[in-house]
Design a protein around this ligand. Structure first.
Ligand code: ACO
Length: 432
């Protein structure tokens, strides 16, 4: 069969170049422009990478028009209904769902890596008491590379695997330590008899002087939210992890760079921004005023938790979490909260507003995850930390895939220089 190509013609010089097309299992094909600069002297210009595939990957597929999300080919709806966070983590790392033995062994490995080196306690204590937990987390995760020299040889597949296990296992412990530090309570060590989500809840909310019972509804809700947040293709934080990793940096600092990128309000920080916005709106009667602000091009205000770069249809994760939101909010503690009522009203009003309908601005996963976190009792400044725990699985899976890829090279985007043309230095006394 003839190779599928795309021909580009320069209408100034008449030069033509035929570029091969690479086909995807699902979704758009990609024109391979690897030879373009060498043979024509042109770069491509694509700020925000709206039309650029930065890599090939077999982890996650999403179709923004259809509102579809697949992990290793499995629809997110099926995984959300039938699987668990640990099982999906295995799927992402190893490519297939585990059998019973593999799942038990994997769970065991993750559990056994959940403790932190005790000297890390000094690290947490070094932060000012009101430090944002994300600030502590970026530092703490990066610092893991100072402890685990036996898993930083990225050319060794076993080192990579151990580093992946360590990060997935230690994230809840680090997250809880960040939180405990910020509220001045003693750290609670992990309990290997508990589930991944249950352990996190206990480390966050128990104190050494009292008995603690894990709320099974909160535990289940958290496990589900974690599944939904595991991976999302080449988003800003994942691309950051890949770019950092492409230079050969160790996995711990690569994940720390992903956490930094996730913190921004246009990305993982959106779930925190949703709650901040709801507090600012304050009352149902103020919703119309804020909707007008969101539509006003001269006002930087945006409705946080609405819109998505890729989904121009309902985010499938938002659909699942919305359903859960409506079913579990009433059963969870802390529900006598006017913010939850305000959020439900805002959702309804925005979904029926012409501006939002025309632009296909639907509530995204962050709109609802923040509400559930709040109902569980997780403070607003921990929302993005929760996201980071789940996304660590995606980050390490993407990083492992990249390192094992024979075509992997250091990431080095080019630019369109629009600064001053070459000019000569002027002596200071001659400058006007
Ligand atoms: N509120 C009001 N208007 C919006 C919003 C919003 N939340 N989002 C997009 N728009 C408008 C834009 O002003 C633009 O209008 P125009 O066509 O009249 O100029 C149109 O919708 C298209 O928006 P873009 O900015 O082109 O969309 P883009 O894909 O670049 O941005 C983004 C996506 C960053 C998510 C944006 O929708 C946003 O800022 N949303 C709020 C923050 C948020 O919830 N982020 C979480 C994303 S999900 C995640 O990270 C897991």
């Amino acid at each position: 069969m003839k190779e599928h190509t795309v021909t580009i013609t320069d209408n100034k010089t008449g030069q033509q170049i035929e570029l091969p097309v690479k086909h995807a299992t699902h979704g758009p094909s990609a024109v391979d422009i690897g030879r373009l600069f060498r043979e024509t002297g042109y770069f491509t210009f694509d700020p925000g990478f709206l039309s650029t595939a930065s890599c090939q990957s077999s982890l996650t597929y999403l179709d923004g028009e259809k509102g579809e999300l697949l992990y290793r080919g499995y629809p997110i709806e099926q995984l959300a209904e039938k699987s668990s966070f640990i099982e999906v983590a295995y799927l992402m790392l190893y490519g297939e769902l585990p059998d019973q033995q593999q799942l038990i062994a994997f769970n065991d490995v993750i559990i056994r890596h959940s403790m932190l080196n005790v000297t890390m306690n000094d690290f947490f204590r070094g932060f000012y008491h009101n430090a944002h937990p994300m600030a502590i987390m970026v530092g703490a995760v990066g610092s893991l590379s100072a402890f685990y020299h036996d898993s930083t040889d990225i050319s060794n597949a076993r080192h990579r695997e151990i580093a992946a296990h360590r990060m997935i296992a230690k994230m809840p412990t680090i997250a809880a330590a960040c939180y405990k530090h910020s509220i001045g309570e003693p750290q609670v060590y992990p309990d290997n008899s508990l589930s991944y989500a249950g352990n996190l809840l206990r480390m966050m909310f128990s104190v050494p002087c009292e008995q603690f019972e894990i709320n099974p509804i909160a535990e289940k809700a958290l496990d589900l939210i974690f599944i939904l947040h595991i991976d999302h293709e080449q988003n800003a934080s994942t691309s950051t992890v890949r770019l950092a990793g492409s230079s050969g940096a160790n996995p711990f600092v690569c994940i720390a760079s992903g956490i930094a990128a996730l913190w921004g309000p246009a990305h993982g920080g959106a779930n925190e921004a949703v709650l901040t916005m709801l507090n600012e709106i304050g009352d149902v009667k103020n919703i119309p005023k804020f909707l007008e602000r969101a539509k006003d091009k001269n006002d930087p205000f945006r409705l946080m938790g609405f819109g998505h770069r890729v989904y121009k249809n309902y985010d499938p994760r938002a659909k699942i979490i919305r359903q859960m939101c409506h079913s579990v909010l009433g059963k969870l503690c802390h529900t006598n909260d006017p913010t939850l009522e305000l959020a439900q009203q805002l959702e309804e009003i925005a979904l029926n507003d012409e501006y939002f309908i025309e632009r296909k601005l639907y509530p995204n996963v962050d709109f609802y995850s923040g509400l559930i976190y709040k109902a569980i009792g997780i403070p607003t400044n921990m929302f993005t930390v929760m996201f980071a725990i789940a996304r660590t699985v995606g980050w390490v899976a993407q990083w492992m895939e990249m390192i094992a890829d024979d075509n992997q090279r250091i990431g080095r985007p080019r630019q369109l220089y629009i600064g001053p043309a070459r000019r000569d230095y002027i002596e200071i006394y001659k400058r006007k």
